[in-house]
Design a protein around this ligand. Sequence first.
Ligand code: SF4
Length: 165
Amino acid sequence: MSEEAISIETLYEIAARVDVIDAMRDFYEAADKGIAARGALCTNRGDCCRFGEFGHRLYVTTLEVVYFMAMHPSSLPVTVDACPHAIDGTCHAREGRPLGCRVFYCDPKAQDWQGPLTEEMLAQLREMHVCLKVPYVYQDWLAILRRVADNGGAGDGSVRLTIVD
Ligand code: SF4
């Protein structure tokens, strides 16, 4: 594992690749179908998007980040320990939301399948990074949203992402 700087420009360049966006669209379509077939129920209306209160974190890969950037070019500022796209209990970024947002349900009936399904889908994602020649990172969602919204924060136009070799 090594720490490297990836510029915001590079992330947007990857987000502009048709092959990347097509592959991610297909990936999410398959994931959504598999999840819908299991019939989980969401009852907490956005509580899990308030990470601090809920007591969990959401981690994302490069491909999830760039797909999100392509679907939702206007980044909202992160002001609290919660996703800024959760507004009045509803996700306002459903099209580009990361895998974890699609798979996670607090429904007790989902506990048996969501772990194995997540592992399976993450393995597919990992392979897609190799095939598409996209650097693989796996980092905290809010940390990345913050950096993208700040356009690098420190003003150098880069985000520090941990590249997983
Ligand atoms: S992208 Fe949507 S579902 Fe995912 S954390 Fe943000 S508001 Fe919640």
